[in-house]
Design a protein around this ligand. Sequence first.
Ligand code: PLP
Length: 431
Amino acid sequence: MLVAAGSKSSTASAAAAGGAALAIMPPTADHHQQLLHHLHDDQLANDVATMESSWSWSWSSPFAVQEPPVGEEAAAERQAEVGRLLAGFRRHLGERTALHLGYPYNLQEQESLSSTPELAAFQGLCINNLGDPFVESNYGVHSRPLEVAVLDWFARLWGLRRDAYWGYVTACGTEGNLHGLLLGRELLPDGAVMYASADSHYSVFKAARMYRVRCVEVGTLVSGEMDCDDFRSKLMQNTANPAIVNVNIGTTVKGAVDDLDSIISTLQECGFRGRFYIHCDGALAGLMVPFIKQEAPKLLTFEKPIGSVSVSGHKFLGCPVPCGVVITRREHAAALATDVVEYLSSRDATIMGSRNGHAPLFLWHALCTKGRRGIREEVPEERALPRAPVAARVPGRHRARRRHAQRRARQDRRLCGGPCCAAERMVPRRS
Ligand SMILES: Cc1ncc(COP(=O)(O)O)c(C=O)c1O
């Protein structure tokens, strides 16, 4: 049975590989027999056989983990093969990177950061920033001083003083969303409803499922921006429940930036003053928006009643490992922080336990090297970014704003040649 299953999957994989660069050498049925022989355990052999028939991919992959052979010569040959597999895989990823399309990663920066010798020198170290970045822990191999420097920089960018913020370097933008939205739930524990536009990243809906918070999907305009009229009507259906709102600062597909000011005024007009929490998902453009034009620093700022902002570090900033940053108000952070965990000698205030200590090194290096000036130069011209058609989102009763919006819409049509192009521009102008 083993032989039949093994040979079948090997053939399938060879056919599927069809000359792909990675199809180095699918293991044969003999490999499996050899492995089972080494296990010397009938029950285990049966388990492995069952697993093999249900998960043939693993067995047919050249990367299936095999027990190292016992003999010295065979073990050395296997090690050489492992080296060849890794070298081939490195070539494969290099080719995939060169042909990369569709994900907004800064490949130029990625290459420069990964080839910086001072950064490469950290590679053999297990740098772990577990715990609260602002509390010294028992684990000595950490990069907290650089992490805090990075956090200071982002907090300042988004308008929070050093003593007024808390945050940490996350595993990715998703973790920032999970943290920000969890803060919302903890601060508004009594039946809060989460609102997120239909164009929000899937991690936002995942957070709602994980935290068992009812999530109401809000419609979007053609630009991908949240439709504030729909938001208003959804809010009015739940006036008894506090609101947790996910605001997009760059949606995944269209790069749309929600109109934070309109969202806040809609909340206030609907009677939610003091009963809402806003998390800004800036995974894509949270770092770009403040640099887009002169007035843009005001677009995303803690001077407004927002609770948290998250951003990815491997997108615009080009870190060669997935990472991100989340910043919140210092007083909010207490909602999640536990007492000191004895073996860490730090507080458990983050979603993850162990945290990648290499990421802050990359982020810190990128920020020190580029500086605000360098980042400003790399941010695309406002004209080239999608911008929402203001006319569609201004409530009809605000006549002055509507006139302004109509003027803008006329300009828009001149700029892009038709309403169909509105989605190609990103940042809503402040009216
Ligand atoms: C708008 C938005 N939010 C969140 C994320 C998740 O970010 P990450 O991939 O860093 O987890 C993405 C990823 O593309 C995104 O586009």
